[in-house]
Ligand binder design. Structure first.
Ligand code: ADP
Ligand code: MG
Length: 148
């Protein structure tokens, strides 16, 4: 069974706060899918998550590299952007199994591009445009409430 929580996230700053909540929710790692159209705020959420943990550098979507590793205060995090993934077999070459089997927090933009090649996620974040704001759905293994 999956839990479903829905809320409105009305600014990029609020999206970053949600990222911080996700960081706190997975202190021992996990697999998080970030779904939604281009420009909806997926990378913004990851930026907020990394900032919350104390990362000071630039956070850009790893559109060409596919993955960007982070090591922050003893935590391993991997930020994937699979938008340009041509063939899911590339994931095997990049050693995705090692990333996923570690105790890292893996955040994956465009997981749809690797459909059938990824294990089940612990949390899916679905983001939709709602004029200037965003509707966000959290679909999780445990009761992760977006309005908490
Ligand atoms: N909840 C939000 N409400 C309004 N604007 C947002 C929100 N989240 C992000 N944005 C803005 O949307 C733009 C695109 O965000 P980005 O994170 O790059 O999207 P994606 O990674 O989904 O393509 C940025 O200018 C960002 O500031
Ligand atoms: Mg992005």
């Amino acid at each position: 069974m999956k839990y479903h929580s829905k809320g409105v996230v009305n600014s990029a700053e609020a999206m970053m706060v949600l990222g911080g909540q996700i960081a706190d929710h997975f202190p021992h790692g996990g697999l998080v899918f970030l779904k939604g159209d281009l420009g909806v705020g997926k990378t913004t959420l990851v930026r907020g998550l990394l900032r919350h943990l104390g990362f000071k550098g630039t956070v850009k979507s790893p559109t060409y590299a596919l993955v960007e590793p982070y090591h922050i205060k003893g935590r391993d995090l991997y930020h994937f952007d699979l938008y340009r993934l041509a063939d899911p077999e590339e994931l095997e070459y990049m050693g995705i199994r090692d990333y996923l089997s570690s105790s890292a927090l893996c955040l994956i933009e465009w997981p749809e591009k690797a459909h059938g090649f990824l294990p089940p996620e612990n949390l899916s974040v679905l983001v939709e445009h709602d004029d200037e704001a965003r509707n966000v759905h959290l679909i999780s293994d445990d009761s992760f409430d977006i309005n908490q």
